[in-house]
Design a protein. Structure first.
Length: 426
C-alpha cells in the first residue's frame, strides 16, 4: 500500500511536470523571438510586437473558468490531451505566419488552448494528493515554469542562431504533439481509474481526501464563493503578481541583450541564471510550507524581496549592467519561490465543488495581469527607449501583491473560521 502511495509521485508528477513544461516552452519562447528580431523580420513596430506578446494572455484569460468546470465535472485528462494538440499546432504556426493580424489571431488562440492547463492540472492533483502533500505537488507542477525557461534560455538561443527564430518556433512546437499520446496512456483522472492502484489503497486515499473536506465549510456555488472577500483579494493580488512575473519573463532577454551586447546565445545563458536559483527556492519553500501547513508566511516576503530588487535594477540600469543584472537574478528567483504555497490556499479555504473554478478565476486574473504587464512594459520601452520605466512598474506591482497577501485575514472570514488552523494558514 505504501509503495502504491509513493508510485503516485513517480507516475503522476513527472507527467504533470512535462506537460506544464511544454506549455511554458511554447508560451515563453516568444521573448526570444522578439529579442532575435521578430519585429524587424515582419516589418512591424515595437508596439505591435508588444501587442503580439500580450495577446496570448488575453486568450489565456477568457476560458479558464469554463475549462475548470469541464475538468471537474467530466475529465481533466481529456481536456489536457486536446489542449496539447491544439497549442502544439498553434505554437508552430507562430514561425510560419507572416501577416500581422493572422499572427495576432494565432497568439490569441494559443492563449485559449493553454488556458485550460493550470486549472485542470490543479484539479487533477487534488484528486490524487492530500493537503499535507499539496504545496510540494503544486511546486513540482509549477517547476515546469522556471526549469523550462532555464533550459530553454540556453537551447532556444542556440537554435535561433542555428536555424533562425521562425524555424525555432516550429521545432519547439512539435514535442507537445508527440507528448499528447503519452499523456493519454499514462494519466487517469482518479486513483480508482488506475490499474496500478489497489482497491484498498484507493479507499484509504479517498477517505483521507473526504476527511479534509469535512473540515472545510461547504460552498453551494460560485456565486456563494465570490461572497468570500479573500477570493476577491486573491484575484487582485495575483493580477499584480503576474503583471510583474510575465513582464519580467518576456522582456528579460531583450534587456540582457541590450545591456551585455553579447549576442542571442549568451543572452540565453545569462537569462537562465535567475531560474536556476528559482528552482532551488521553490523546492525549499514548498517543503517548509507543507511541514507547517502555513501558506501566507511563505508567499508575501518573497514578493516583497522581488519588488525591492526590481527597483534596485531600475535604479542601477544605465550605470552598471552587472549590478542591474544581479538585482534581476534575485528578483526573478524570489518572484517564483511562493507558487506552491499560493496555489494551496484556495482548496484549503473553499470546498472541492467550486475550488477548481475559483482557482481558475484567480489564475484568469493573473492572465489579465500578464496581458497588462507585457503590453505596458513593451509600450514603455518603445516610447522611452529604455527598460527602466517598465521595471519600475513591475517592481511596484510585485510589492503591491506582497502587501495584499500580507494584509489578508482569514480569521475574519466565515469560510475559514471553522478550520482547525490559525490565521497564518492563508
Amino acid at each position: 500500500m505504501r509503495s502504491e502511495m509513493r508510485r503516485r509521485w513517480l507516475i503522476i508528477l513527472p507527467a504533470v511536470f512535462i506537460t506544464y513544461s511544454l506549455a511554458y516552452l511554447d508560451r515563453a519562447n516568444y521573448g526570444f523571438g522578439a529579442a532575435a528580431g521578430l519585429a524587424r523580420t515582419l516589418h512591424i513596430s515595437e508596439s505591435r510586437s508588444a501587442l503580439l506578446g500580450s495577446l496570448f494572455f488575453l486568450g489565456y484569460f477568457l476560458f479558464q473558468v469554463p475549462g475548470a468546470a469541464y475538468a471537474r465535472r467530466k475529465s481533466a485528462r481529456r481536456l489536457i490531451f486536446v489542449a496539447l494538440i491544439s497549442w502544439s499546432v498553434l505554437a508552430s504556426l507562430t514561425g510560419v505566419i507572416h501577416n500581422f493580424w493572422l499572427l495576432a489571431f494565432d497568439r490569441l488562440l494559443l492563449g485559449i488552448s493553454e488556458s485550460f492547463i493550470l486549472p485542470a492540472m490543479l484539479i487533477l492533483l487534488t484528486n490524487w494528493f492530500t493537503r499535507a502533500e499539496r504545496s510540494r505537488t503544486n511546486t513540482i507542477l509549477m517547476l515546469g515554469n522556471p526549469v523550462t525557461v532555464l533550459w530553454m534560455s540556453a537551447a532556444t538561443g542556440y537554435l535561433i542562431r542555428a536555424i533562425g527564430w521562425q524555424m525555432t518556433f516550429v521545432v519547439e512546437g512539435v514535442p507537445a504533439l508527440v507528448w499528447a499520446v503519452f499523456w493519454l496512456i499514462i494519466i487517469r483522472d482518479r486513483p480508482e481509474d488506475a490499474s496500478w492502484m489497489s482497491e484498498d489503497t484507493c479507499s484509504e486515499l479517498r477517505q483521507e481526501l473526504e476527511r479534509e473536506q469535512w473540515l472545510i465549510p461547504q460552498v453551494a456555488d460560485m456565486e456563494s464563493a465570490l461572497r468570500n472577500p479573500n477570493v476577491i483579494w486573491l484575484c487582485i493580488q495575483y493580477f499584480f503578481w503576474s503583471a510583474g512575473v510575465y513582464g519580467f519573463v518576456l522582456w528579460l532577454p531583450s534587456v540582457i541583450q541590450k545591456g551585455a551586447a553579447r549576442g542571442i546565445a549568451i543572452t540565453g545563458l545569462l537569462g537562465g541564471v535567475p531560474y536556476l536559483l528559482a528552482v532551488i527556492l521553490m523546492l525549499v519553500v514548498a517543503h517548509y510550507s507543507d511541514r507547517s501547513f502555513r501558506r501566507k508566511r511563505f508567499v508575501w516576503p518573497f514578493l516583497m524581496v522581488a519588488g525591492v530588487c526590481l527597483f534596485g535594477s531600475y535604479a542601477t540600469t544605465g550605470h552598471s549592467f552587472w549590478w542591474a543584472y544581479g538585482f534581476l537574478v534575485v528578483a526573478g528567483s524570489a518572484m517564483y519561490a511562493p507558487y506552491g504555497p499560493f496555489f494551496a490556499i484556495v482548496p484549503e479555504m473553499i470546498s472541492k465543488n467550486v475550488a477548481g473554478e475559483v482557482t481558475a478565476l484567480v489564475n484568469s486574473c493573473g492572465a489579465l495581469g500578464g496581458f497588462v504587464g507585457i503590453w505596458v512594459v513593451g509600450e514603455l520601452t518603445a516610447r522611452t527607449g529604455s527598460s527602466k520605466a517598465g521595471f519600475l512598474l513591475m517592481s511596484i506591482s510585485l510589492m503591491l501583491s506582497g502587501i495584499i497577501i500580507l494584509c489578508m485575514r482569514g480569521a475574519s472570514n466565515n469560510t475559514l473560521a471553522t478550520l482547525p488552523l490559525d490565521v497564518e494558514t492563508i
